[in-house]
Design a protein around this ligand. Structure first.
Ligand SMILES: Nc1ncnc2c1ncn2[C@@H]1O[C@H](COP(=O)(O)OP(=O)(O)OP(=O)(O)O)[C@@H](O)[C@H]1O
Length: 582
């Protein structure tokens, strides 16, 4: 036996009203001194009309509401929000999943990160039992995106039950379910409660049939506590105010109807008087409680989390492959077509110098744009899942899993693109040059991906990312040395080029291709074409000749740039976690 008590829970939010010239802030009280308690083996329902504060109370007492004040207690011990999160499960009102997984895969992922045991066999037997108890066996191989609303609801419940928590909080577990499935779910919740747990749910308007499953109810109106006690006590409390529900009437409907109107304040006062006259309710210490030790959920190690997150990313990419490969495929076709324009160019032809620079500019910008834009939706598309699962794995494991998922596709596509270019274009030949160019363009791709990921992790929507990334990418392109010679930029701003993946692409590829060209051919003849006798002169003309170590420095700076951008992205993820620590 154990008890869970919440005392004087207040939730106040600041609401901002913005006019053109003024921002006014006002406090809005959502919960006003709500207290209550529950004991193991009980199914506890928080009821009230829409907007009465049920979800807010559930989030506050489950340690998921930053704005909460008040105390939480398990048995005689006060506990923090972190502690209550560690010993409980929370099923939110919305069903949030990575939708490209099957039911079984999703539950395997949850079991791997929530169960103490690492035995896959044990996980499978727990999953099998849960699927059968929640009537989901036939859907075990169905993709989550294809499940019905009710099936998703039951899957949300199964996801939390896997960890076998001491206390289970469920926000509107029967929403979207038909009457049969509502009974299935509530019966399951009752069974869990009777196995020595506390189950606390919010429910809007339970049918009479469901109402009789609840041992304890809390009635809220306008954020205030109007009643807490057993269903029999509720009847006697309302009757003490001459409020009798008609025969064959749903008690829940009756109570909620009574809670609307001006009589809420009055009822709250009546409840305080009534509860002092009752000795058996509203007391967490009246009956004996075992001094049990509530084990906290297992904290996984980083590599275990990373492995499972990578597994899920892999499945998600595999199932959604055309959306992921689409951009790369379009670029592939484009590269094949464009390569033919450059196929006849050679280093020994002075007319080709400009064309070769044009080719380098094309490659540099194509690789940068493709990789930058292919990742911008990575975090916005999953932000809700990340927030929902924020206690399941660390932000670091999550962020690194996303970076590692980008690398193989980026590397493979770079190798493929380079092979195509080397096959079609005459001036590109030799395996060593292929390796060098592949490595450089891969590094440029990774720096561009890191820039995309930094934006993706910092902003919440793709619209916001487009709004800020668009102007920045033009600035970075301007600093590449392609559009304007970098020596004409004010000295104080020249360092900005080191932030541009375009600059590294142009600088390193130009240096790589031209540095060993010693003889471009004879200058006699056409006077309109600039005369270069060797590669160094070409590089000088473009203002990018520095030394023979240029490529090595570019490689070093590209690593630093990619690392710095990843750190910014990681900061964005941590900020989201703090911001949504609700
Ligand atoms: N962050 C917030 N800022 C302003 N008002 C808020 C905020 N969060 C909740 N509210 C308000 O607090 C009240 C209670 O919200 P809550 O979601 O707890 O209601 P509820 O009883 O669960 O409603 P429902 O049954 O419709 O889900 C609502 O009026 C809601 O608009």
């Amino acid at each position: 036996m154990f008890s869970f008590t919440w005392q004087d829970i207040n939730v106040t939010v600041f609401e901002k009203t913005k006019t053109f010239w003024k921002t006014t802030t006002r406090n809005k009280t959502i919960l006003d001194n709500v207290s209550g308690s529950s004991r193991s083996n009980s199914l506890f329902a928080i009821m009230g009309s829409s907007g009465s504060g049920k979800t807010t109370l559930l989030r506050a007492i489950s340690g998921r509401c930053r704005q909460k004040t008040g105390l939480l207690q398990v048995n005689d011990n006060f506990i923090s929000d972190d502690d209550i999160r560690d010993i409980s499960g929370y099923v939110p009102q919305q069903d949030i999943f990575v939708e490209h997984l099957t039911v079984l895969e999703h539950l395997e992922f949850m079991a791997a990160l929530q169960r103490k045991t690492r035995s896959r066999k044990k996980h499978q037997s727990i999953i099998k039992q849960l699927l059968s108890e929640l009537s989901l066996e036939r859907q075990n191989c169905t993709l989550i995106k294809n499940l019905s609303g009710g099936e998703k609801r039951r899957l949300s419940l199964a996801s939390e039950l896997i960890s076998n928590p001491f206390i289970l909080f469920c926000d509107e577990p029967t929403t979207g379910l038909d009457s049969y499935n509502s009974v299935v779910v509530v019966e399951k919740l009752q069974t869990i409660a009777l196995s020595g747990k506390i189950v606390i749910i919010t429910i809007h308007q339970p049918s009479s049939q469901l109402f009789h499953y609840f041992n304890n109810i809390t009635l809220l109106a306008e954020g205030k506590l109007v009643f807490q006690g057993t269903t029999e006590e509720a009847k006697s409390f309302f009757e003490s105010m001459d409020l009798f529900y008609p025969e064959n009437y749903n008690p829940a409907d009756f109570y909620i109807r009574c809670l609307t109107g001006e009589n809420v304040q009055e009822m709250c006062k009546m409840f305080i008087q009534w509860k002092t006259s009752q000795s058996t309710i509203y007391c967490s210490h009246c009956n004996h409680v075992d001094n049990i030790l509530l084990d906290k959920q297992n904290k996984n190690n980083f590599f275990h989390e990373l492995k499972w997150l990578m597994w899920r990313n892999y499945l998600s990419i595999k199932r959604n492959k055309w959306a992921h490969l689409g951009t790369y495929f379009v670029v592939l076709i484009e590269l094949v077509m464009v390569s033919f324009f450059y196929s006849k160019i050679s280093f020994t032809d002075r007319e080709s110098a400009q064309n070769i620079e044009g080719f380098i500019a094309f490659i540099g910008s194509e690789f940068t744009f493709t990789n930058m834009y292919s990742v911008i939706n990575v975090f916005p598309s999953e932000v809700e899942v990340f927030i929902r699962e924020k206690t399941l794995y660390s932000s670091c494991a999550y962020f690194i899993s996303k970076i590692l998922s980008v690398i193989p596709l980026s590397l493979l596509s770079t190798m493929l693109y380079m092979t195509i270019l080397f096959t079609i274009i005459k001036f590109l030949n030799g395996f060593y040059l292929w390796v060098q160019m592949t490595y450089l363009t891969f590094l440029v791709s990774m720096a561009a991906s890191a820039l995309g990921l930094a934006f993706s992790a910092t902003f919440s929507t793709v619209d916001h990312i487009d709004l800020y990334l668009g102007p920045l990418e033009f600035l970075l392109l301007l600093l590449s040395g392609l559009m304007v010679k970098l020596d004409v930029i004010p000295v104080a701003l020249r360092w900005l080029k080191y932030l541009s993946p375009f600059y590294y692409a142009f600088d390193s590829l130009s240096n790589l291709l031209w540095k060993d060209v010693t003889n471009i051919g004879n200058c006699a003849g056409n006077e309109t074409i600039p005369c270069y006798s060797n590669g160094t002169e070409v590089l000088r003309n473009y203002g990018i000749y520095k030394s023979f170590n240029t490529v090595t420095y570019d490689i070093l700076y590209l690593h630093l740039l990619a690392t710095a951008l990843c750190l910014i992205g990681f900061g964005g993820i941590v900020r989201k976690k703090i911001l949504y620590n609700i």
